[in-house]
Design a protein around this ligand. Structure first.
Ligand code: HEC
Length: 141
C-alpha cells in the first residue's frame, strides 16, 4: 500500500467511527427521571394487568366515558398511537418497557412539567389510575 492509500483508508476509517459513534449516541435514550420517594413503592394490585373487569373499566376512563374531562385518548390515541404532538407512543415496547409501574403511576398522578400531560390525581382515584394504567399497558403487549 502506498502512503497515500494508507492516508485515505485512515480518513475513511475515522469517518466510519464518527458515524457509528454518533448514531449510537443518538439512539441512546435519555435517562428517565427518578421516581420521587412518595411514589417509589407504588405497585399495581396483583392480577390487575390481565383482569378483564379492570381493563374494561380502564378503557372507559381512557376514552373519557367515565369523565369527559379525563380523556387520555384525545392525546394518546384510541389505540395508543399518539394524536397530539409530543405524547408518548404507548405501542413502543422498548420505550414503555423502560418505565416501571411506579413511574407511570407518578406521571399520571402528577403530570409531566412543561408538557401537555397534566396531573390527574384530582380527577382520578388511586384505583382508577391503576385501572387506566393496566389498560394503557395493553398497547405495547
Ligand atoms: C392534552 C394531552 C394529554 C392528555 C389528555 C393526556 N396525556 Fe399523557 N402525555 C401527554 C404528553 C404530551 C406526554 C409526554 C410527556 C413527556 O414529554 O414526557 C404524556 C405522557 C404520558 C405518560 C408517560 C409519562 C412520561 O414520562 O412520558 C403516561 C403514562 C401518560 N401520559 C398517561 C396518560 C393518562 C393515563 C391520561 C388520561 C388520564 C393522559 N396521559 C392524558 C399528553 C396528554
Amino acid at each position: 500500500m502506498t502512503t497515500r492509500k494508507i492516508g485515505i483508508s485512515a480518513v475513511i476509517m475515522a469517518s466510519v467511527l464518527v458515524f457509528v459513534g454518533g448514531k449510537a449516541y443518538a439512539e441512546d435514550p435519555a435517562p428517565l427521571p427518578e421516581v420521587p420517594a412518595e411514589y417509589a413503592d407504588k405497585k399495581m394490585p396483583a392480577g390487575w394487568l390481565t383482569d378483564p373487569k379492570v381493563l374494561a373499566e380502564g378503557a372507559l376512563i381512557y376514552t373519557g366515558e367515565v369523565n369527559p374531562q379525563v380523556n387520555c385518548a384525545s392525546c394518546h390515541g384510541k389505540d395508543g398511537k399518539p394524536v397530539k404532538k409530543g405524547a408518548r407512543d404507548f405501542r413502543d415496547k422498548a420505550q414503555m418497557g423502560r418505565m416501571s409501574e411506579a413511574f407511570w403511576f407518578w406521571r399520571v398522578s402528577e403530570g409531566v412539567p412543561k408538557t401537555k400531560m397534566k396531573a390527574w390525581k384530582s380527577q382520578l382515584s388511586e384505583e382508577q389510575i391503576w385501572q387506566v394504567i393496566a389498560y394503557e399497558r395493553q398497547f405495547s403487549k
